[in-house]
Design a protein around this ligand. Structure first.
Ligand SMILES: [Zn+2]
Length: 538
């Protein structure tokens, strides 16, 4: 890269929702934007999460990472990143800093950081980066205006936003600042969120939800339960104020909700005090007017919502007369888990209200009308849809072709490097890398091991021990139907015969392999599939 120019290289978050990470490269240094996690696809088999491969990060060049906001798909990979680049400086806003600190404390990881405010110019060796306040579904979200020192090029990078002009809890998105900063540049490029582009209209304002939410809360005599994305601090605040006005006791169930409220209090996003909230222990045995927050709106296995809905919670059990409000959407892939929860609650006699019934959830991402407001306020030369599944990127491009035919709109993929050069742009492809799988104590687990796990889980396991000296064989089964147990003597006999007739004078590996093959055949005949089989010789 020549001195004056820079490039934008996404290594996560394009063609997928999650694991947002982008590398900004210049001649002398590279700057990272965000480091998020991806929640596992089903085929990854119950691991914790995935993070992008950090192979392209060169520790001699990468000294800074700018975090746009505190969602997991933007900060969830930081502990892995810091293991590779322990000295990297994190640029964060105060609220995001609380979230990051909390997350890294868990792993006892220290980190360098620098607090920034929206609108402040951050000066790097060859670039100036200006964080721009945008609306989203978590406080202190920023887009980034990235400009060369000579203002030849300016780029706007916003992976998550919406335009909320009616917002009362925070300022509307700062469109004027984007215009001011980019107007100084000869050439401009946008890198923009595609998550909600299939929606033709304008994304609902957070404010528009309040009447329906308050109506529902006030309608109810006794207990109201409500679940929402824990990071949606502004909505939780608004609901708490409704509860206070209605004389309801506020109970919070779930650690993630407590964490976000703490971060909100510490960084000035909530006037509520600790006395306003009750723990489940404090609420135990109490009746009357209550509003109970439940974490886990996606039906996660260990969440408060799931525990409660299945009647497994020690403090509250669902009962007729309860109202359970889902102020959230169903993230694709979680339908089954959530519908089971709807069913359980209904069977207990509780009433459920979802965003299909009332206006009680708003997306944090831009519909086409939001995008128009952004593009109309400043028309860029180039435009790159990012942050979204492949089909969303394509729809985003089609929308630009139709509504803004003069803008050069290109679909890029992870590992496509957009070079903002002398007179035009160039795209260079890098070999793409598979994301890394993380499980347990923040440890990497290889894909081969995951496929082994899948086999054990779907086909069960057989363990065989053979003691040569005493000619004793032991077999134990895991995860096979109980009827298989009744056939064990038969299997033992067959294996002992095989040993007697052929295997006893063979070398160990051959011996083991033959027993394995026989066992798997035996079970295939019996069950219709071959369990994972391990043979030990003594
Ligand atoms: Zn976000």
């Amino acid at each position: 890269l020549k001195n004056k120019f820079f490039s934008v290289l996404p290594i996560g978050g394009v063609d997928e929702i999650g694991s947002n990470m982008t590398l900004i490269r210049t001649a002398h240094e590279d700057i990272v934007i965000d480091c998020g996690l991806l929640f596992p696809y089903e085929e990854c088999f119950d691991i914790n999460y995935l993070v992008p491969d950090f192979g392209l990060l060169d520790e001699t060049r990468v000294k800074n990472i700018v975090i746009t906001h505190g969602h997991e798909d933007h900060i969830g990979g930081l502990s892995q990143l810091l293991a590779k680049l322990p000295n990297i400086k994190l640029w964060v806003t105060p609220f995001t800093h609380h979230l990051v600190r909390k997350k890294l404390e868990e792993f006892r990881i220290d980190f360098n950081f620098q607090i920034y405010q929206s609108g402040q110019d951050i000066s790097f060796q060859q670039l100036d980066i200006t964080p721009v306040h945008v609306n989203h579904s978590i406080p202190e979200t920023n887009g980034l205006v990235i400009r060369t020192k000579d203002r030849q090029w300016g780029a706007l990078y916003i992976s998550d936003f919406k335009v909320d002009l009616k917002s009362k809890h925070e300022d509307p998105m700062d469109l004027q600042l984007i215009k001011n900063k980019l107007s100084e540049c000869s050439q401009t490029a946008y890198f923009i969120d595609s998550t909600n582009v299939i929606f033709d209209g304008k994304t609902t304002s957070e404010n528009e939800l309040l009447p329906d939410l308050e109506g529902l809360i006030n309608r109810q005599e006794d207990r109201v339960f409500i679940t929402l994305f824990a990071s949606n601090v502004h909505r939780m605040n608004a609901i708490c104020l409704m509860a206070k006005r209605a004389g309801r006791k506020i109970v919070v169930m779930g650690r993630s909700l407590w964490n976000y409220m703490e971060a909100a209090r510490e960084s000035g996003h909530s006037d509520l005090t600790l006395e306003d909230f009750h723990t489940p222990d404090q609420a135990k045995g109490q009746t009357g007017k209550m509003l109970i927050f439940l974490s886990g709106c996606q039906g996660d296995f260990l969440s408060a919502l799931r525990r409660f809905s299945f009647g497994e919670d020690g403090t509250f059990k669902p009962q007729p007369g309860d109202l359970v409000i889902f102020s959230s959407k169903v993230i694709p892939g979680n339908e089954k888990k959530i519908f089971r929860i709807y069913n359980k609650l209904t069977q207990f006699g509780a009433e459920i209200i979802t965003a299909y019934d009332h206006l009680i959830h708003a997306s944090g991402h831009p519909g086409k009308e939001d995008l128009k407001i952004l593009i109309d306020s400043f028309l860029p030369t180039y435009y790159f849809p990012i942050h979204g599944e492949s089909y969303m990127l394509k729809k985003h491009q089609e929308f630009l072709f139709q509504s803004y035919p003069t803008v050069k709109t290109l679909v890029i993929h992870n590992y496509d490097e957009v070079i903002l050069g002398e007179s035009s742009i160039k795209i260079e492809h890098h070999e793409s890398k598979e994301p890394i799988l993380i499980h347990g104590k923040n440890l990497i687990i290889e894909k081969t091991q995951i496929s082994q796990r899948r086999k054990m889980a779907t086909q069960g396991s057989v363990f065989i021990t053979y003691q040569k000296q005493n000619k004793l064989i032991e077999i134990s089964l895991l995860g096979l139907p109980l009827m298989a147990q009744e056939h064990l003597d038969q299997l033992k006999k067959r294996l002992l015969n095989q040993i007697e007739n052929d295997l006893h004078h063979r070398e160990s590996n051959y011996f083991k392999d033959q027993l394995k093959i026989s066992t798997r055949q035996f079970f295939n005949h019996l069950l219709g599939y071959k369990p994972v089989t391990e043979v030990h010789l003594f």
